[in-house]
Design a protein around this ligand. Structure first.
Ligand code: APR
Length: 231
């Protein structure tokens, strides 16, 4: 069965990585305009570098939780019939063993050179303005998609949504497009849709089925069901 899974910050919450819009979330302590827009970077690049350096350190200290591990088990069984799209910029899916992961909002571990456009592994805290490994210019920024910028690999994601039989959204509030609209695309192409979330999201009403609970519980249970059904 061809499945597309979309994950959001909620799947990493139990690993201790803060979400954005929950109480105490990242958008409580920081203004989105200041740290997640090109204009904010233009205005105060050092503030933005420090914000992402801190998130990179926090994500590196976090560990994958049973929800990440369950999705890695599902990929082991389904192979390229499963596409995992994440809005998250942490690498917890990879560290849990997932290999086919599309980071549509970029990755904390990657840097983008504003001079030559090269993408590279972050060589050091970007607040130190390290040289780009390719061109040597000291103009590296986080390779994270900011508001107003185009998410990555949308063509590949839309094609997978059009061809899948099941679309599952996990731990995402449905507050940000285009990800929040993926359920529409999947539905239009005849897929079944399932939402696994701690609370109802802004798009829960668009899903065929919604299961509420912590990701480490509901994702693991759902994957166990899928593995039993495809045994
Ligand atoms: N298990 C499952 N879901 C959870 C858990 C948990 N333990 N904890 C929180 N959630 C759910 C919340 O109920 C909420 O619906 O995860 C969702 C988190 O929503 P957001 O904080 O809005 O995160 P996300 O949906 O990933 O945000 C999308 O917004 O700011 C941008 O680029 C950023 O990628 C991010 C995008």
């Amino acid at each position: 069965m061809r499945i597309v899974v979309l994950t959001g910050a909620g799947i990493s919450a139990e690993s201790g990585v803060p979400t954005f819009r929950d109480a105490g979330g990242l958008w409580e302590g920081h203004r989105v305009d200041d740290v997640a827009t090109p204009e904010g970077f233009e205005r105060d690049p050092d503030l933005v570098q420090r914000f992402y350096d801190a998130r990179r350190h926090a994500a590196a200290a976090a560990l994958p939780n049973p929800a990440h591990e369950a999705l890695a088990r599902l990929e082991q069984r389904l192979g390229d019939e499963l596409l995992l799209v994440t809005q998250n910029v942490d690498d917890l899916h990879e560290r849990a063993g997932s290999t086919r992961v599309v980071h549509m909002h970029g990755e904390l571990a990657a840097a983008l050179c504003a001079s030559c456009g090269a993408r590279s592994a972050v060589p050091a805290d970007l607040a130190e303005w390290p040289p780009c490994p390719v061109c040597g210019e000291r103009m590296l920024r986080p390779d994270v998609v900011w508001f107003g910028e185009m998410p990555y690999e949308l063509d590949r994601i839309e094609a997978a949504l059009a061809a899948c039989e099941l679309f599952v959204a996990i731990g995402t509030s449905g507050a940000v497009y285009p990800a929040a609209g993926f359920v529409w695309t999947a539905t239009e192409h005849g897929a079944r849709t399932l939402e696994l979330n701690l609370e109802t999201s802004e798009v829960s009403s668009l899903f065929d089925e919604v299961r509420l609970g912590a990701a480490s519980v509901v994702v693991s249970a759902w994957v166990d069901e899928m593995l039993a059904a495809t045994a």
